[in-house]
Design a protein around this ligand. Structure first.
Ligand code: BG6
Ligand code: MG
Length: 219
């Protein structure tokens, strides 16, 4: 096995099913401001930072907020989101994720988290995963939101693997674009129709077998 390979996992919608909670919290925010957002619009919010998400939503709703109101809405959205994630445990890790993490650990392939979320560390703690990662890079560590590749480039650097040798698991269009921009191998987790820019797409981790991972790691 090629030992100079590394893996980077996105968090929301890849390791845990929190993408739906982000959507519900953003939808409530929009509804409270007097408009709605669709699931199709939500695809454009996945992977995107909290600030950029609110900017997009306000544009869709044709609304302008003062800086104070903007900050207040972001805080309210996050408080609402936290009510969804507060009771998470390791039972909430998505099917197949544990198997792949164990496989990487057994084969000493370093893996990192590359998430836009400022809540990422809290979720990794709740799900007992934080100690398993060789590095964690999240929304607190970056200044540029996906599709900018910053988060993945920092993660690659932290696990000391050249970016072109990294494999990224992502559920968002912005994240797939970020991985591609970083010259990494992008693996979309979700629907092919949304994630067609990814090098490979799987519905979820239960569809990915060890031979496929081995092939990528040996490439
Ligand atoms: C990403 C999610 O992982 O993190 C986005 O896909 C979310 O939906 C973004 O907006 C920022 O998350 P947080 O937890 O910092 O608001
Ligand atoms: Mg995601």
């Amino acid at each position: 096995m090629n030992k100079n390979k590394g893996v980077i996992f996105d968090l929301d919608g890849v390791i845990v099913d929190t993408a739906k909670f982000h959507f519900l919290a953003w939808q409530k925010l929009a509804n409270d401001l007097g408009f709605d957002i669709t699931e199709a619009q939500n695809e454009q919010l996945k992977g995107v930072s909290r600030v950029s998400s609110l900017e997009k939503i306000l544009e869709w709703g044709n609304m302008k907020l003062s800086q104070d109101q903007f900050m207040e809405q972001m805080a309210m959205k996050n408080d609402n989101y936290l009510t969804y994630i507060c009771s998470m445990t390791k039972k909430d890790i998505l099917p197949g994720v544990g198997t792949i993490i164990d496989y990487l650990s057994e084969n000493r392939i370093p893996f990192a988290l590359g998430s836009a979320s400022k809540n990422a560390r809290a979720i990794l703690e709740k799900t007992d995963l934080i100690q398993r990662f060789n590095a964690v890079v999240d929304g607190n560590d970056v200044s540029k939101a996906k599709p900018n590749p910053e988060v993945f480039l920092i993660a690659a650097e932290k696990i000391n693997i050249p970016s072109e040798n990294c494999i990224v698991f992502e559920d968002s269009v912005a994240g797939v674009q970020a991985a591609n921009m970083a010259k990494m191998t992008s693996i979309g987790i979700g629907q092919k129709s949304n994630l067609h820019e990814a090098h490979y797409v799987f519905k979820d981790f239960t569809e990915i077998d060890k031979d496929f991972i081995l092939k990528l790691l040996n490439n």
